[in-house]
Write a protein that binds this ligand. Structure first.
Ligand SMILES: *Cc1c(COP(=O)(O)O)cnc(C)c1O
Length: 403
Protein backbone atom coordinates (compact mmCIF):
# COMPACT_ATOMS: atom_id res chain seq x y z
CA UNK A 1 0.00 0.00 0.00
CA UNK A 2 1.67 3.27 -1.08
CA UNK A 3 1.75 6.33 1.18
CA UNK A 4 -0.76 8.24 -0.89
CA UNK A 5 -4.11 6.51 -1.39
CA UNK A 6 -4.89 6.59 -5.11
CA UNK A 7 -8.22 5.79 -6.78
CA UNK A 8 -6.71 2.45 -7.87
CA UNK A 9 -5.75 1.53 -4.29
CA UNK A 10 -9.17 2.56 -3.02
CA UNK A 11 -10.81 0.38 -5.65
CA UNK A 12 -8.67 -2.56 -4.52
CA UNK A 13 -9.68 -1.97 -0.90
CA UNK A 14 -13.35 -1.90 -1.92
CA UNK A 15 -12.90 -5.27 -3.62
CA UNK A 16 -11.01 -6.72 -0.66
CA UNK A 17 -13.23 -5.47 2.17
CA UNK A 18 -16.55 -4.91 0.39
CA UNK A 19 -18.70 -1.80 0.38
CA UNK A 20 -19.90 0.49 1.81
CA UNK A 21 -16.51 1.07 3.37
CA UNK A 22 -14.77 3.85 5.29
CA UNK A 23 -11.02 4.05 4.70
CA UNK A 24 -8.68 6.25 6.76
CA UNK A 25 -5.14 7.22 5.85
CA UNK A 26 -3.02 7.51 9.01
CA UNK A 27 -0.33 9.51 7.27
CA UNK A 28 -2.75 12.27 6.38
CA UNK A 29 -3.65 12.71 10.04
CA UNK A 30 0.03 13.04 10.87
CA UNK A 31 0.55 15.60 8.11
CA UNK A 32 -2.33 17.70 9.44
CA UNK A 33 -1.13 17.51 13.03
CA UNK A 34 2.38 18.53 11.98
CA UNK A 35 0.96 21.55 10.12
CA UNK A 36 -0.41 22.78 13.43
CA UNK A 37 2.60 22.04 15.60
CA UNK A 38 5.07 23.42 13.11
CA UNK A 39 3.11 26.67 12.77
CA UNK A 40 2.42 27.20 16.47
CA UNK A 41 5.46 25.58 18.08
CA UNK A 42 5.60 23.40 21.12
CA UNK A 43 4.10 25.84 23.61
CA UNK A 44 0.63 25.56 22.03
CA UNK A 45 -1.41 22.48 22.90
CA UNK A 46 -3.83 20.75 20.53
CA UNK A 47 -6.71 18.68 21.85
CA UNK A 48 -8.22 16.47 19.12
CA UNK A 49 -12.00 17.03 19.21
CA UNK A 50 -12.71 13.34 19.05
CA UNK A 51 -16.42 13.52 18.34
CA UNK A 52 -15.33 13.79 14.69
CA UNK A 53 -14.13 10.16 14.67
CA UNK A 54 -13.75 7.91 17.71
CA UNK A 55 -12.61 4.58 16.37
CA UNK A 56 -10.28 3.41 19.14
CA UNK A 57 -7.40 2.91 16.71
CA UNK A 58 -7.71 6.50 15.50
CA UNK A 59 -7.64 7.68 19.12
CA UNK A 60 -4.54 5.58 19.84
CA UNK A 61 -2.85 6.81 16.69
CA UNK A 62 -3.54 10.45 17.49
CA UNK A 63 -2.24 9.90 21.02
CA UNK A 64 0.96 8.46 19.53
CA UNK A 65 1.41 11.66 17.54
CA UNK A 66 1.52 13.61 20.80
CA UNK A 67 -1.86 15.37 20.63
CA UNK A 68 -4.19 15.71 23.61
CA UNK A 69 -7.91 14.98 23.33
CA UNK A 70 -11.14 16.97 23.71
CA UNK A 71 -14.32 15.11 24.62
CA UNK A 72 -18.00 15.99 24.30
CA UNK A 73 -19.44 13.31 26.55
CA UNK A 74 -18.36 11.23 29.51
CA UNK A 75 -18.26 8.17 27.26
CA UNK A 76 -15.77 9.90 25.00
CA UNK A 77 -13.73 10.56 28.17
CA UNK A 78 -13.88 6.84 28.92
CA UNK A 79 -12.84 5.99 25.36
CA UNK A 80 -9.93 8.42 25.63
CA UNK A 81 -8.75 6.76 28.85
CA UNK A 82 -9.17 3.36 27.19
CA UNK A 83 -7.03 4.61 24.28
CA UNK A 84 -4.27 5.40 26.78
CA UNK A 85 -4.53 9.16 27.19
CA UNK A 86 -3.60 10.14 30.73
CA UNK A 87 -6.26 12.26 32.51
CA UNK A 88 -4.13 15.42 32.29
CA UNK A 89 -4.29 15.14 28.48
CA UNK A 90 -8.07 14.77 28.40
CA UNK A 91 -10.35 17.79 28.26
CA UNK A 92 -14.08 17.44 28.77
CA UNK A 93 -15.79 20.44 27.19
CA UNK A 94 -19.31 20.01 28.41
CA UNK A 95 -22.53 21.42 27.08
CA UNK A 96 -25.89 21.09 28.75
CA UNK A 97 -24.89 17.95 30.66
CA UNK A 98 -26.17 16.72 34.00
CA UNK A 99 -23.98 17.54 36.99
CA UNK A 100 -23.45 13.84 37.62
CA UNK A 101 -21.26 13.67 34.48
CA UNK A 102 -19.15 16.51 35.82
CA UNK A 103 -18.78 14.56 39.05
CA UNK A 104 -17.64 11.54 37.05
CA UNK A 105 -15.18 13.64 35.05
CA UNK A 106 -13.87 15.06 38.33
CA UNK A 107 -13.43 11.57 39.77
CA UNK A 108 -11.58 10.47 36.63
CA UNK A 109 -9.26 13.44 37.10
CA UNK A 110 -9.68 15.00 33.67
CA UNK A 111 -9.74 18.68 32.74
CA UNK A 112 -13.25 20.15 32.72
CA UNK A 113 -14.79 23.13 30.92
CA UNK A 114 -18.13 24.11 32.47
CA UNK A 115 -20.72 25.74 30.21
CA UNK A 116 -23.56 26.88 32.48
CA UNK A 117 -23.95 29.02 35.59
CA UNK A 118 -26.08 26.25 37.05
CA UNK A 119 -23.33 23.63 36.83
CA UNK A 120 -20.73 26.16 37.94
CA UNK A 121 -22.75 26.78 41.10
CA UNK A 122 -23.07 23.03 41.75
CA UNK A 123 -19.37 22.57 41.07
CA UNK A 124 -18.46 25.35 43.48
CA UNK A 125 -20.76 24.01 46.17
CA UNK A 126 -19.27 20.52 45.95
CA UNK A 127 -15.60 21.12 45.17
CA UNK A 128 -14.88 24.75 46.11
CA UNK A 129 -11.26 25.53 45.27
CA UNK A 130 -10.08 21.93 45.42
CA UNK A 131 -10.19 21.30 41.65
CA UNK A 132 -9.28 23.97 39.08
CA UNK A 133 -11.81 24.27 36.30
CA UNK A 134 -12.32 25.98 32.94
CA UNK A 135 -15.24 28.05 31.71
CA UNK A 136 -16.85 27.61 28.32
CA UNK A 137 -17.94 31.10 27.30
CA UNK A 138 -20.18 32.35 24.54
CA UNK A 139 -18.41 35.33 23.00
CA UNK A 140 -21.46 36.47 20.95
CA UNK A 141 -19.55 36.29 17.66
CA UNK A 142 -20.95 34.99 14.38
CA UNK A 143 -18.55 32.51 12.83
CA UNK A 144 -18.34 29.35 10.77
CA UNK A 145 -19.50 27.95 7.44
CA UNK A 146 -23.25 28.34 8.06
CA UNK A 147 -25.71 28.90 10.90
CA UNK A 148 -26.10 25.18 11.62
CA UNK A 149 -22.41 24.90 12.43
CA UNK A 150 -22.07 28.26 14.16
CA UNK A 151 -21.85 28.03 17.94
CA UNK A 152 -20.60 31.33 19.36
CA UNK A 153 -23.30 33.78 18.30
CA UNK A 154 -25.68 35.59 20.63
CA UNK A 155 -28.52 33.09 20.14
CA UNK A 156 -26.38 29.97 20.52
CA UNK A 157 -27.01 27.50 23.34
CA UNK A 158 -23.27 26.93 23.83
CA UNK A 159 -21.32 28.42 26.69
CA UNK A 160 -22.01 31.03 29.33
CA UNK A 161 -22.65 34.37 27.60
CA UNK A 162 -19.79 36.78 28.28
CA UNK A 163 -22.34 39.41 29.19
CA UNK A 164 -22.99 37.29 32.30
CA UNK A 165 -19.41 37.67 33.53
CA UNK A 166 -20.73 39.52 36.57
CA UNK A 167 -22.78 36.49 37.59
CA UNK A 168 -19.85 34.16 36.87
CA UNK A 169 -17.64 36.21 39.19
CA UNK A 170 -20.25 36.11 41.96
CA UNK A 171 -20.28 32.31 41.86
CA UNK A 172 -16.49 32.11 41.56
CA UNK A 173 -16.04 34.43 44.57
CA UNK A 174 -18.68 32.71 46.63
CA UNK A 175 -17.00 29.31 46.41
CA UNK A 176 -13.41 30.45 45.76
CA UNK A 177 -13.42 28.45 42.51
CA UNK A 178 -10.05 28.32 40.76
CA UNK A 179 -10.77 29.21 37.14
CA UNK A 180 -7.66 28.23 35.22
CA UNK A 181 -8.98 28.23 31.66
CA UNK A 182 -11.30 30.33 29.52
CA UNK A 183 -12.71 28.53 26.48
CA UNK A 184 -14.54 29.58 23.33
CA UNK A 185 -15.51 27.51 20.29
CA UNK A 186 -17.29 29.76 17.84
CA UNK A 187 -18.11 27.42 14.96
CA UNK A 188 -16.84 25.08 12.30
CA UNK A 189 -15.18 25.80 8.95
CA UNK A 190 -13.84 29.21 9.93
CA UNK A 191 -11.66 30.56 7.13
CA UNK A 192 -11.44 34.10 8.40
CA UNK A 193 -8.52 34.31 10.82
CA UNK A 194 -9.94 37.53 12.25
CA UNK A 195 -12.77 35.53 13.86
CA UNK A 196 -10.22 33.99 16.21
CA UNK A 197 -8.77 37.43 16.88
CA UNK A 198 -12.21 38.79 17.74
CA UNK A 199 -12.65 35.90 20.15
CA UNK A 200 -9.29 36.63 21.73
CA UNK A 201 -10.22 40.31 22.09
CA UNK A 202 -13.44 39.37 23.90
CA UNK A 203 -11.54 37.04 26.23
CA UNK A 204 -8.77 39.53 26.94
CA UNK A 205 -11.31 42.03 28.22
CA UNK A 206 -12.15 39.69 31.06
CA UNK A 207 -8.78 37.99 31.57
CA UNK A 208 -7.80 40.49 34.32
CA UNK A 209 -10.86 39.40 36.32
CA UNK A 210 -9.57 35.84 36.70
CA UNK A 211 -6.46 35.55 38.86
CA UNK A 212 -5.70 31.87 38.40
CA UNK A 213 -5.81 31.62 34.62
CA UNK A 214 -3.23 29.42 32.93
CA UNK A 215 -4.84 28.56 29.62
CA UNK A 216 -6.80 30.24 26.86
CA UNK A 217 -8.70 27.66 24.83
CA UNK A 218 -9.74 28.91 21.41
CA UNK A 219 -11.67 25.79 20.37
CA UNK A 220 -11.63 24.19 16.94
CA UNK A 221 -13.28 24.99 13.64
CA UNK A 222 -10.37 25.14 11.19
CA UNK A 223 -11.60 24.74 7.63
CA UNK A 224 -10.24 22.14 5.23
CA UNK A 225 -10.64 22.19 1.42
CA UNK A 226 -13.49 20.16 -0.07
CA UNK A 227 -12.77 20.67 -3.73
CA UNK A 228 -10.15 21.91 -6.12
CA UNK A 229 -9.30 25.54 -5.41
CA UNK A 230 -11.28 25.56 -2.15
CA UNK A 231 -10.08 27.69 0.74
CA UNK A 232 -8.70 26.39 3.99
CA UNK A 233 -7.78 28.14 7.20
CA UNK A 234 -4.34 29.66 6.74
CA UNK A 235 -2.67 28.01 9.72
CA UNK A 236 0.70 29.82 9.55
CA UNK A 237 -1.12 33.17 9.30
CA UNK A 238 -3.41 32.19 12.17
CA UNK A 239 -0.40 31.23 14.28
CA UNK A 240 1.36 34.52 13.57
CA UNK A 241 -1.73 36.61 14.30
CA UNK A 242 -2.70 34.75 17.46
CA UNK A 243 0.82 34.96 18.86
CA UNK A 244 0.95 38.64 18.00
CA UNK A 245 -2.38 39.25 19.77
CA UNK A 246 -1.09 37.51 22.89
CA UNK A 247 2.23 39.35 22.79
CA UNK A 248 0.60 42.75 22.36
CA UNK A 249 -2.20 42.45 24.86
CA UNK A 250 -1.72 44.37 28.08
CA UNK A 251 -4.15 42.05 29.86
CA UNK A 252 -2.20 38.95 28.84
CA UNK A 253 1.17 40.54 29.55
CA UNK A 254 3.09 38.72 32.26
CA UNK A 255 0.39 36.10 32.67
CA UNK A 256 2.20 33.43 30.63
CA UNK A 257 -1.05 32.03 29.28
CA UNK A 258 -0.79 28.83 27.27
CA UNK A 259 -2.82 28.65 24.05
CA UNK A 260 -5.04 25.66 23.44
CA UNK A 261 -6.97 24.57 20.35
CA UNK A 262 -9.45 21.77 19.72
CA UNK A 263 -9.26 20.75 16.05
CA UNK A 264 -11.61 17.99 14.91
CA UNK A 265 -12.29 18.24 11.21
CA UNK A 266 -8.85 19.66 10.50
CA UNK A 267 -7.14 16.50 11.72
CA UNK A 268 -9.40 13.81 10.31
CA UNK A 269 -11.62 15.12 7.50
CA UNK A 270 -9.23 14.61 4.62
CA UNK A 271 -7.84 11.31 5.89
CA UNK A 272 -11.20 9.65 5.20
CA UNK A 273 -12.66 8.06 2.07
CA UNK A 274 -16.12 6.57 1.88
CA UNK A 275 -16.52 3.96 -0.86
CA UNK A 276 -19.91 2.87 -2.16
CA UNK A 277 -21.11 0.69 -5.02
CA UNK A 278 -23.65 1.69 -7.64
CA UNK A 279 -26.84 -0.35 -7.38
CA UNK A 280 -29.03 1.26 -10.00
CA UNK A 281 -28.87 3.87 -12.72
CA UNK A 282 -32.22 5.50 -13.38
CA UNK A 283 -32.77 7.70 -16.39
CA UNK A 284 -35.58 10.22 -16.07
CA UNK A 285 -36.53 13.08 -18.35
CA UNK A 286 -34.75 15.60 -16.16
CA UNK A 287 -32.08 13.69 -14.30
CA UNK A 288 -29.87 10.63 -14.42
CA UNK A 289 -29.89 9.19 -10.92
CA UNK A 290 -27.08 7.04 -9.60
CA UNK A 291 -28.26 5.07 -6.55
CA UNK A 292 -25.46 3.76 -4.37
CA UNK A 293 -25.59 1.13 -1.63
CA UNK A 294 -25.65 3.76 1.11
CA UNK A 295 -27.56 6.85 2.17
CA UNK A 296 -27.71 9.38 4.99
CA UNK A 297 -27.65 6.42 7.33
CA UNK A 298 -23.91 6.24 6.54
CA UNK A 299 -22.97 9.77 5.55
CA UNK A 300 -25.45 12.35 6.75
CA UNK A 301 -23.48 15.54 6.21
CA UNK A 302 -24.88 16.51 2.78
CA UNK A 303 -28.49 16.19 3.95
CA UNK A 304 -27.81 17.49 7.46
CA UNK A 305 -25.92 20.66 6.70
CA UNK A 306 -25.48 20.84 2.95
CA UNK A 307 -21.87 19.79 3.07
CA UNK A 308 -20.04 19.15 -0.17
CA UNK A 309 -18.19 15.90 -0.76
CA UNK A 310 -16.17 15.44 -3.90
CA UNK A 311 -17.21 12.19 -5.61
CA UNK A 312 -15.17 10.14 -8.05
CA UNK A 313 -15.92 7.03 -10.07
CA UNK A 314 -12.88 4.92 -9.24
CA UNK A 315 -14.02 2.01 -11.42
CA UNK A 316 -14.03 3.95 -14.68
CA UNK A 317 -11.46 6.76 -14.37
CA UNK A 318 -11.16 7.14 -18.14
CA UNK A 319 -14.88 7.12 -18.94
CA UNK A 320 -16.45 10.11 -20.68
CA UNK A 321 -17.78 12.69 -18.24
CA UNK A 322 -21.53 13.00 -17.76
CA UNK A 323 -23.80 14.74 -15.30
CA UNK A 324 -25.52 12.71 -12.58
CA UNK A 325 -27.38 13.09 -9.35
CA UNK A 326 -25.98 10.75 -6.74
CA UNK A 327 -28.52 9.42 -4.26
CA UNK A 328 -28.77 6.66 -1.68
CA UNK A 329 -30.99 3.63 -1.31
CA UNK A 330 -32.96 4.44 1.81
CA UNK A 331 -36.61 5.39 1.99
CA UNK A 332 -36.14 9.10 2.60
CA UNK A 333 -34.67 11.69 0.31
CA UNK A 334 -30.97 11.14 0.71
CA UNK A 335 -29.27 13.07 -2.05
CA UNK A 336 -25.49 13.14 -1.84
CA UNK A 337 -25.00 15.44 -4.85
CA UNK A 338 -27.08 17.12 -7.55
CA UNK A 339 -25.84 17.57 -11.11
CA UNK A 340 -22.36 16.26 -10.52
CA UNK A 341 -19.98 15.56 -13.38
CA UNK A 342 -18.57 12.03 -13.08
CA UNK A 343 -16.75 9.69 -15.39
CA UNK A 344 -19.42 7.53 -16.97
CA UNK A 345 -21.09 5.51 -14.25
CA UNK A 346 -22.20 1.92 -14.71
CA UNK A 347 -24.06 -0.34 -12.30
CA UNK A 348 -21.48 -2.08 -10.09
CA UNK A 349 -18.98 0.78 -10.22
CA UNK A 350 -17.36 2.07 -7.05
CA UNK A 351 -17.85 5.72 -6.16
CA UNK A 352 -15.62 7.31 -3.54
CA UNK A 353 -16.66 10.27 -1.39
CA UNK A 354 -13.76 12.44 -0.23
CA UNK A 355 -13.45 14.33 3.10
CA UNK A 356 -15.28 11.51 4.81
CA UNK A 357 -13.12 11.15 7.93
CA UNK A 358 -14.83 13.71 10.15
CA UNK A 359 -18.47 13.30 11.19
CA UNK A 360 -18.88 10.48 8.64
CA UNK A 361 -18.94 7.08 10.29
CA UNK A 362 -19.36 8.86 13.61
CA UNK A 363 -22.83 10.11 12.67
CA UNK A 364 -23.92 6.87 10.98
CA UNK A 365 -26.96 4.89 12.08
CA UNK A 366 -28.87 1.70 11.36
CA UNK A 367 -31.80 3.57 9.79
CA UNK A 368 -33.84 1.33 7.48
CA UNK A 369 -32.26 -1.56 9.42
CA UNK A 370 -29.20 -1.40 7.24
CA UNK A 371 -25.78 -2.33 8.49
CA UNK A 372 -23.22 0.25 9.48
CA UNK A 373 -20.16 0.17 7.18
CA UNK A 374 -16.82 -1.43 7.96
CA UNK A 375 -13.76 0.77 8.65
CA UNK A 376 -10.21 0.24 7.42
CA UNK A 377 -7.07 2.07 8.55
CA UNK A 378 -4.17 2.32 6.12
CA UNK A 379 -0.93 2.66 8.06
CA UNK A 380 2.68 1.75 7.32
CA UNK A 381 1.76 0.31 3.91
CA UNK A 382 -0.85 -1.97 5.44
CA UNK A 383 -4.64 -1.97 5.25
CA UNK A 384 -6.04 -2.93 8.64
CA UNK A 385 -9.67 -3.74 9.31
CA UNK A 386 -10.58 -1.65 12.39
CA UNK A 387 -14.33 -2.28 12.47
CA UNK A 388 -16.33 -5.17 11.14
CA UNK A 389 -19.39 -4.47 9.07
CA UNK A 390 -22.57 -5.05 11.08
CA UNK A 391 -24.28 -8.41 10.81
CA UNK A 392 -27.94 -9.27 11.27
CA UNK A 393 -27.55 -9.99 15.01
CA UNK A 394 -26.40 -6.40 15.54
CA UNK A 395 -29.85 -5.19 14.55
CA UNK A 396 -31.43 -7.25 17.33
CA UNK A 397 -28.73 -6.60 19.93
CA UNK A 398 -30.24 -4.97 23.03
CA UNK A 399 -33.78 -5.61 21.87
CA UNK A 400 -35.81 -7.66 24.32
CA UNK A 401 -38.29 -9.99 22.75
CA UNK A 402 -41.37 -10.04 24.94
CA UNK A 403 -43.84 -11.30 22.38
C1 LIG B 1 -17.00 19.96 17.68
C2 LIG B 1 -16.09 20.72 18.55
C3 LIG B 1 -14.79 21.03 18.13
C4 LIG B 1 -14.25 20.65 16.77
O1 LIG B 1 -14.81 21.34 15.73
P1 LIG B 1 -14.21 21.12 14.25
O2 LIG B 1 -15.02 22.02 13.40
O3 LIG B 1 -14.38 19.69 13.91
O4 LIG B 1 -12.78 21.51 14.32
C5 LIG B 1 -13.97 21.69 19.02
N1 LIG B 1 -14.38 22.04 20.25
C6 LIG B 1 -15.64 21.78 20.68
C7 LIG B 1 -16.02 22.17 22.04
C8 LIG B 1 -16.53 21.12 19.86
O5 LIG B 1 -17.76 20.86 20.30
Amino acid sequence: MPQQLTPTNLNQLAKEFGTPLYVYDADKIKVQYRKLTSAFGLDTVFFYACKALTNINILKYIRSLGANIDCSSINEVRLALYAGFTPNRILYTSNGISFSEIEEAHDLGVIINIDSLSNLEKFGMKYGHSYPVGLRLRPNIMAGGNLKISTGHDKSKFGIPVDQTGQILEVVDKYHILVNDLHIHTGSEITDVSVFLKGIAVLFEIVPLFKHLKFIDLGGGFKVPYKEGDTETDIPLLAAKVKEAFANSPSAAGRNLQIWFEPGKFLVSECGYFITEVNVIKETSSTTFVSVNSGFNHLIRPMFYDSYHRIENISNPDGAEKVYSVVGNICETDTFAWNRKLHQVREGDHLVFYNAGAYGFEMSSNFNSRYKPAEVLVKDYQALLIRKRDVFEDLLRNQIEVL
